[in-house]
Design a protein around this ligand. Structure first.
Ligand SMILES: [Zn+2]
Length: 544
């Protein structure tokens, strides 16, 4: 009758109290639910009869008791694991400092512990500590002669000390192909270094970390992601030495999360550059792969470099980073014709509209939809165009809840004004208009733990700050919508929704096991919901 073959046995069977099928937000009933896996894919989902039917002599059975719940593994749709681990590993964290006095205190410790000719480099620096325009001269007043460089919280600017300005030979007369600027006044550079090309002048002179050190920082960051329930990360960058680091890690073992890398197509780059970038696509190893490309059509509202329809209160934030937006359109066309989907950083309404127009003109790559990242403030009229055009919307909940102040005293809010603030991070409205919404961290700019992003998105305030007023409270979403935005939606964005993002037969067994079903918990409890295990293609990841 039926032939007995090894494929009739599962390699692994997971059993827990519930399984969440995120597609429909349905948690199955029953005392125990099991997922059987063979060859990296789910071969059965059901009750204890799955054990009877699929258990063979070599089958591993992983029982998760109590209220444990099996979900599709979470995927962070926008993060920067390589430069995030490089720019935070071994550097001074300026996180949470809200006054110049606190900044001085934090720096004083570092100054004391660092030889006087060495750089002090930090990250996550909040420009709202300055009552007026940011500048690095205060560092010189506090610590004369010390080379200090702090990356801002949005990672789009550096504040450098006068000694660093001198060491770098900055003049303020530098010119750039993008909207970069070395801010200067009558006395020369103030120490405010804005946007990527200008920042590269400074970052290129930072003391080099060894590749071994960078690989160790990256490995630690990826392990933390896995421990927080992530099975995948969309890395919206791929630059030197990303490839080398991934290869080093895979030579030594396995990555604890899958990484989908999309290299940046620089502003105002040429068709020759595009071809070189297209040639990177398809490279990869066992758990990392180059797919898709990233564009930056504008900068950030805080730095005045976002592209809004109307200028901000300082007369800025009204232009694209690409000096030729026609060239941007042609670049999107170039990649689309080669079946390479694009993700474009577009913060202001002008930038978002332009990307939508370009997709309308150019169409999609066959393998995956184009995507817009950030979408920090848009008017009503743009909401319906996402679903109509099939453009995926990528938003970062913790930017909404943690980078701006509810009283609108921060730079982002003061610049763009109350009307556009009220139209900030419209997750609810985009979902209501049928858009596929991917929620992500933008780590290291946002909080890397996906449970924090998911909780903040439901609350519209930091989950760990119960007393704080809400930002755009009408944009709250529910738990099912939130978890869908880090499971099903990123699979749609990557063109793999037919095999990833659900717990269903035939799907890849990238899974996360939580101590409790998050869809039954309030957001505060979701943020502290322990991750019991993650699986990649059915293999349990050893969590630290
Ligand atoms: Zn980013």
């Amino acid at each position: 009758m039926t032939r007995q073959t090894t494929t009739r046995h599962a390699e692994v069977i997971l059993c827990a109290k519930e399984v969440v099928h995120t597609e429909i937000g349905f948690a199955s009933q029953g005392a125990e639910t099991c997922v059987a896996i063979a060859h990296g894919r789910i071969i059965a989902v059901g009750g204890s009869e799955v054990l009877d039917a699929w258990r063979g002599p070599d089958t591993q059975v992983h029982e998760y008791g109590q209220n444990a719940t099996i979900l599709p593994g979470l995927v962070d749709g926008h993060a920067h694991p390589v430069w995030g681990s490089e720019s935070t590993g071994g550097r001074l964290a300026m996180s949470g400092l809200t006054t110049l006095d606190e900044v001085r205190e934090r720096l004083a410790e570092a100054v004391e512990n660092t030889p006087s000719d060495e750089w002090i480099t930090g990250h996550d620096f909040d420009l709202n500590v300055y009552p007026g325009e940011p500048n690095g001269r205060v560092f010189g007043e506090w610590f004369a002669g010390r080379k200090i460089s702090l990356m801002t919280r949005d990672a789009h600017a550096l504040i450098v000390s006068p000694a660093a300005v001198t060491a770098l030979g900055l003049t303020g007369n530098e010119t750039f192909a993008d909207a970069s600027v070395i801010v200067a006044d009558a006395d020369g550079p103030t120490g405010w270094v804005v946007e990527l090309q200008a920042m590269d002048l400074v970052l290129g002179r930072y003391p080099q970390q060894s590749l071994e050190a960078q690989a160790a920082y990256l490995f630690a960051a990826l392990h933390t992601f896995a421990a927080n329930g992530l099975t995948g990360v969309h890395a919206l960058d791929f630059h030197d030495p990303s490839e080398q680091l991934f290869e080093m890690l895979e030579a030594a073992g396995e990555l604890p999360v899958k990484v989908r890398c999309s290299p940046l197509v620089p502003a105002d780059s040429s068709p020759e550059d595009w071809q070189q970038i297209a040639d990177l696509v398809g490279r990869g190893g066992r758990r990392w792969r180059v797919e898709g490309v990233k564009f930056m059509l504008d900068g950030t509202a805080d730095n005045g470099t976002a592209w809004f329809d109307a200028p901000d209160s300082l007369g800025e934030n009204h232009a694209a980073l690409w000096r030729s937006t026609d060239a941007y359109r042609e670049a999107v066309r170039f990649f689309t014709e080669r079946d390479i989907p694009t993700a474009t950083h577009a913060i202001g309404d002008g930038a978002v509209r332009f990307v939508l127009d370009v997709v309308e003109a150019v169409g999609h790559a066959p393998s995956a939809p184009h995507r817009i990242e950030h979408i920090e403030s848009i008017p009503d009229e743009l909401l319906e165009r996402f679903a109509a055009l099939g453009v995926v919307a990528g938003l970062q909940p913790t930017h909404a809840t943690r980078l701006i102040e509810p009283d609108q005293s921060d730079g982002w809010s003061r610049r763009i004004g109350p009307e556009r603030v009220a139209h900030g991070w419209r997750v609810r409205d985009l979902l209501d208009h049928g858009a596929d919404v991917v929620l992500s961290s933008d780590w290291p700019i946002g909080v890397g733990d996906p449970r924090t992003s998911l909780a903040d998105a439901q609350l519209r305030r930091p989950v760990d700050q119960p007393g704080r007023a809400l930002t755009q409270p009408n944009q709250r979403i529910n738990a099912t919508e939130a978890y869908r935005a880090m499971t099903v939606a990123p699979a749609i964005a990557a063109g793999v929704a037919h095999e990833l993002g659900r717990v269903a037969v035939g799907y890849r067994a990238d899974l996360a096991v939580f101590a409790e079903n998050p869809l039954r918990l309030d957001p505060e409890a979701q943020a502290g919901n322990p991750v019991l295990a993650t699986y990649l293609d059915g293999q349990r990841i050893e969590l630290p």
